[in-house]
Write a protein that binds this ligand. Structure first.
Ligand code: ADP
Ligand code: ASP
Ligand code: MG
Length: 402
């Protein structure tokens, strides 16, 4: 008998028929004699709809209240699933993040899981209950509900699997595995049988939303193998693990796209030491993650600095920078949210200087202009106009995989 954690995403439980389809997957696993803990996301677009509802009432709600509202989506899912499983005649209990004792930091809408108290979970498993837990949420030290950031149910599932020392953690979604690019926009993308934690972490962090990046980080540090598979088809998925053996060596493991970024340019800064330090330490203090940074070569006594931030932090970033305009000494701030970041990821990039040239060649051949570039040992990212993004992913993917 094994302990198996299964997670089902929003589209897998979007309506009554799909709830019963998933209930069947869960109960089949239980019927084999396994202990089963299940993490669910909110049905379909429920989370987006809740956010819309909030903004109809208040365009700038407090993060505490927004978290409390968003967490209800997952609560609906686990109750409905429990009712479906009851109807199939199996013992089941649904738990909220609070009931399952998922304790998090207090950073609302981006909380990190600190600890999971296992007493209640163990008690329910000992009773041979199928245990359903709300994804995406926990409770902070004040007893307030927190959420883990969009897509965070994957992280809830992996955290539970690690805490319970599960034998297997399955992430069921609406595609049958991890592909070399989003299979919805790149029809000839290839499914990967296996991918390393490191490559998956980069792909997830760079926009391949099939897994929440923090779920991969957790899996890597606890050596928890993940299987990403479809709840709609009965096929083996992709295994995410430490090392993989690939029959066919490819230069890169995938192409990812991130549209949710904003580019900010500060112009006419003083060309003197300490300018970058002042800007980026201020942003770090405000928990604003910076991605690609470009500083122009100083001309006479001024220089410009451009960087990208997550789109949902755009307004906050602008506010923080404007509040410190005098101290930072910029003349103008240009803000644009019409860019996309396209990245190629692969452990082999460090040893293959040709990879960057291939990316640039693909974009040149498609007449796509590059606005910013950043590289590391394992990835190359370019910032381009959003309207070119779909084409860019396709031509870059074709360059490496055709
Ligand atoms: P869930 O609701 O199950 O969590 P998500 O919508 O968060 O599902 O993630 C699954 C989606 O991720 C797929 O429908 C697919 O469009 C997208 N995706 C992006 N990049 C990839 C990739 N490289 N491989 C597979 N899916 C990808
Ligand atoms: N329901 C949440 C979201 O839409 C969490 C998740 O689906 O993982 O972001
Ligand atoms: Mg998801």
């Amino acid at each position: 008998m094994a302990l198996i954690v299964q997670k089902f995403g929003g589209s897998s439980v979007a309506n009554a028929e799909r709830v019963f389809n998933v209930a069947k997957i869960i109960t089949d696993c239980y019927s084999l004699g396994n202990d089963v803990v299940v993490v669910l996301s909110a049905q379909g677009d429920t989370t987006d709809e809740l956010i819309e509802k909030a903004h109809e009432i208040n365009p700038n709600p407090s993060r505490r209240e927004l978290d409390a509202l968003m967490s209800t989506g997952e609560q609906i899912s686990v109750c409905l699933m429990a009712m479906a499983i009851e109807r199939l005649g199996f013992p089941v209990v649904s738990l909220t993040g609070w009931q399952a004792d998922v304790r998090t930091t207090s950073h609302h809408s981006d909380a990190k899981i600190k600890k999971i108290g296992l007493d209640r979970l163990r008690m329910e498993l000992d009773r041979r209950n199928i245990v359903l837990v709300t994804g995406f949420q926990g409770v902070n030290k004040y007893g307030d509900v927190t959420t883990l950031g969009r897509g965070g149910s994957d992280t809830s599932a992996v955290a539970l699997a690690c805490a319970l020392k599960a034998n297997l953690c399955q992430i069921y979604t609406d595609v049958d595995g991890v592909y070399t690019a989003d299979p919805r926009t790149v029809p000839n993308a290839r499914k990967l049988d296996q991918i390393t934690y490191g490559e998956m972490l980069e792909l997830a962090s760079l926009g391949a939303k099939v897994l929440h990046n923090r779920s991969v980080e957790l899996a890597k540090s606890y050596h928890m193998e993940l299987e990403v598979l479809s709840s709609f088809t009965n096929k083996p998925g992709t295994i995410v693990k430490e090392a993989v053996s690939r029959m066919e060596k490819t230069l890169i493991s995938g192409v990812a796209r991130d549209d949710k970024i904003a580019r900010i340019a500060l112009t006419h800064l003083k060309n003197e030491p300490g300018v970058a330090y002042r800007i980026f330490s201020l942003l770090a203090k405000n928990h604003i993650n910076i991605d690609i940074i470009i500083q122009s070569i100083g001309r006479e006594d001024t220089k410009d600095i451009s960087f990208t931030v997550p789109l949902d932090l755009k307004d906050e970033t602008v506010q923080v920078l404007n509040d410190a305009k005098g101290a930072l000494g910029f003349e103008r701030m240009d803000v644009s949210d019409t860019s996309s970041k396209i990245s190629v990821v692969g452990a082999g990039i460090v040893n293959n200087p040709g990879v960057a040239a291939m990316v640039f060649e693909a974009l040149y051949e498609a007449d796509i202009n590059i606005n910013m570039i950043s590289t590391s040992e394992i990835k190359i990212s370019v910032l381009i106009d959003k309207e070119d993004a779909e084409k860019a992913v396709r031509v870059i993917h074709d360059k490496f995989f055709n």
